[in-house]
Structure formats: structure tokens, C-alpha cells
Design a protein around this ligand. Structure first.
Ligand code: NDP
Length: 283
């Protein structure tokens, strides 16, 4: 493997050490950061993600509460729980685990979370402020991916960045963050004509597609920095959206799956929760 590894496990562990100090500082002032996670239904992946979030909170001294609601929960019941958490001063962060069961309106639910408690950064106010380059809570996955680039000292300004995927939770905010860092950004999607012509130009290539090993070595420029956001399960094993081994032969830096962006996502959720608590204290 020619590429250097962007090690999410290591970077997340280092960030957690800083977060522990920030939590201890808050504790000295009598404030324990609190995160409420609302989990509706039985999606096994969601249950795993939520359990990982609970474990991270426990490691850092963040008080976490998970509301496990049944599959048949109504919109009104979900919204009542969001409002309850909004009104609770001991809750600094609220997260509604996605995807919600199909009968529930996720956009409406997310829009009810107070923007200052929206630690996922999915609220329209936070997404809109990111778009305008204003101070806001940034979605955890793209924030984590950018953090990895910066921690590794990878230059971004003036470079060609190509983001494959335009979802509201990954692709779009990732592109906006890279733009803020003065990259020249191209966003590709399922209707992009000649995807490889775009990806081959990329100095920084971000894959957020949701298709196992979708980005192959022939689509990657020699020396590119490759950030693989994808989390796919093939034959019971996790893999990303990048065909890791052959791409790693060409890339200069690459994130592994597992142990890459996914680790940073949880660390950034913790960061956003601690920051939300710090803002309460600063008021
Ligand atoms: P979405 O399904 O919401 O978005 C996928 C994007 O990929 C869409 O914009 C879609 O285009 C695009 N796409 C699909 N097929 C192609 C194609 N053939 N060529 C080019 N673009 C294509 O997924 P998410 O953004 O939510 O997630 C992406 C991946 O990241 C998933 O594997 C997910 O599991 C993972 N993920 C990982 C996280 C982490 O913590 N590491 C957190 C969140 C997600 P179009 O818009 O035209 O349909």
C-alpha cells in the first residue's frame, strides 16, 4: 500500500482526550453535558449506532439518555418527546436516529429540535447557516472528514475536490466545508455524465455513495487524497464505497473502512454535544 492511512481510530481517541478535559472543566462549573437520543423502531444498524453513541458518552462523562420508541410510534408521540427534550435544561443535545420508520415525517421531526440542541446539524437553521458560511453546528460526518484532512496537514485551499454524493447529511455539507476551505469543489451524483472524468481530476476525492467498492482505482488520480464515507455490509463484513487495496496503491492518503470516517462521526457528535453545553454556560 503506497497511501498513508488517515487513521480515524487514532484521531478519534486523541479528540476524546481533549473532550474529557472540556467535560471536566464544565463539571467544575457544575454542568454535565446531556445528550438525548430518540430511537424509533427496530432497525438493527440504528441500534448498533445508538449503542456506540451511548458508549462514547459513558467514556467521556456525558450524560446520555436513549428513548427507545416502538415501530408503531405516531408522529405526535415522536414530536411530544422532542418537545420534552427541548424543554429540559439538562439536555444540551438531541438526536433523532435516522432512518425513521416510513410512516414518520423525518424532516418535520428534525425541524422541531431547537437549533441550539441540534447536535446532528440537520436542522434547516444549521444547514442554512453552513451554506452562508456562518457559525453553526456542522453535521458530524462531514465535520469529521474535514477534521481528518486538517489533522493530517493535508492542504485544501486551491485544490480540486470532488464529492461523489449529494445527500443533505453527507455530500452537500461536505462540499460546503471544502468550499469554505477554498477548494474548488465539484459535486457528483447518480445523474452525473462521465463520473470518472470528474473523479480523475480530484486532488481530494470524497466518496459518499452507499455502494460497496464503487470507486475503483481507474477512477482515481495518482497521489489523490481519498476519503471514504461509505459504510456497506458485504457477506457480513464492513466495507466502504472505495475499492480499498487497489486505490490505496495510487492514493497519497486514504481512510480505511472500518476505522476511518465512521469513528470520527461519533467523536464529532460528542464534540457538538460538549460545545452545545459550553454555549449554555457562556450565556
Ligand atoms: P444517500 O443514499 O442519501 O446518498 C447517496 C448519494 O450517492 C446520492 O446523492 C446519489 O445520487 C449518489 N449516487 C448513487 N449512485 C450513484 C452513482 N452511480 N454515481 C454517482 N453518484 C451516485 O446516502 P448518504 O449520503 O446518507 O450516505 C452515503 C454513504 O455514507 C452510505 O454508505 C452511508 O452508510 C454512509 N454513511 C456513513 C456515515 C459515517 O459515519 N461514516 C454517516 C452517514 C452515512 P442522487 O442524489 O442522484 O440519488
Amino acid at each position: 500500500m503506497a497511501a498513508q492511512l488517515l487513521d480515524g481510530r487514532l484521531m478519534a481517541a486523541q479528540l476524546e482526550e481533549q473532550l474529557k478535559r472540556r467535560v471536566a472543566h464544565l463539571a467544575q462549573k457544575g454542568l454535565v453535558p446531556g445528550l438525548t437520543v430518540i430511537l424509533v423502531g427496530e432497525d438493527p444498524a440504528s441500534h448498533t449506532y445508538v449503542s456506540n453513541k451511548e458508549k462514547a458518552c459513558a467514556r467521556l462523562g456525558i450524560r446520555s439518555a436513549t428513548l427507545r420508541m416502538p415501530e408503531h410510534t405516531t408522529q405526535a408521540e415522536l414530536e411530544a418527546e422532542i418537545q420534552r427534550a427541548n424543554a429540559d435544561p439538562s439536555v444540551h443535545g438531541i438526536l433523532v436516529q435516522l432512518p425513521l420508520p416510513r410512516h414518520l415525517d423525518a424532516d418535520r421531526a428534525l425541524s422541531l429540535i431547537l437549533p441550539q440542541k441540534d447536535v446532528d446539524g440537520f436542522h434547516d437553521i444549521n444547514a442554512g447557516r453552513l451554506c452562508r458560511g456562518l457559525d453553526c453546528t456542522v453535521a458530524c460526518t462531514p465535520k469529521g472528514a474535514l477534521y481528518m484532512l486538517k489533522q493530517a496537514g493535508i492542504p485544501i485551499a486551491g485544490r480540486e475536490a470532488v464529492v461523489v454524493g449529494r445527500s443533505n447529511i453527507v455530500g452537500k455539507p461536505m462540499a460546503l466545508l471544502l468550499l469554505q476551505e477554498n477548494a474548488t469543489v465539484t459535486i457528483c451524483h447518480s445523474r452525473t455524465a462521465d463520473l470518472a472524468a470528474h473523479t480523475r481530476r480530484a486532488d481530494i476525492l470524497v466518496a459518499a455513495v452507499g455502494k460497496p467498492r464503487f470507486l475503483t482505482a481507474d477512477m482515481v488520480k495518482e497521489g489523490a487524497v481519498v476519503v471514504d464515507v461509505g459504510i456497506n455490509r458485504v457477506d457480513g463484513k464492513l466495507c466502504g464505497d472505495v475499492d480499498f487495496e487497489p486505490v490505496a496503491e495510487k492514493a497519497s492518503w486514504i481512510t480505511p473502512v472500518p476505522g476511518g470516517v465512521g469513528k470520527m462521526t461519533i467523536a464529532m457528535l460528542m464534540d457538538n454535544t460538549v460545545a452545545a453545553a459550553e454555549k449554555v454556560l457562556a450565556k
